[in-house]
Ligand binder design. Structure first.
Ligand code: SF4
Length: 77
């Protein structure tokens, strides 16, 4: 890894920490409230856990995979 790449990773890490801090501030410093955020239209939403991994989805919003599963179960019934 080059020095420039290392610097970029450090900067990204700082930005993600700042996003996490902002989300906690927005949610009265409750990590649970950040997890349960109901504002998917917020630009910080995908990064609210302080990571780039956006696989964690809002449990209140059904994923398309879950919707397909539900509809296939309904069709069988
Ligand atoms: S993603 Fe949710 S918790 Fe984070 S700033 Fe936006 S509205 Fe607030």
């Amino acid at each position: 890894m080059t020095k420039a790449q290392s610097l970029k990773i450090k900067q990204l890490s700082k930005i993600l920490k700042a996003v996490r801090e902002r989300c906690l501030d927005c949610s009265a410093y409750s990590p649970y409230e950040v997890k349960m955020c109901v504002m998917p239209q917020c630009s910080l939403y995908p990064y609210r856990f302080g990571t780039l991994n956006s696989k964690e989805e809002n449990p209140l919003v059904k994923s398309t995979k879950q919707s397909k599963r539900d509809s296939s179960v309904e069709e069988r019934e």
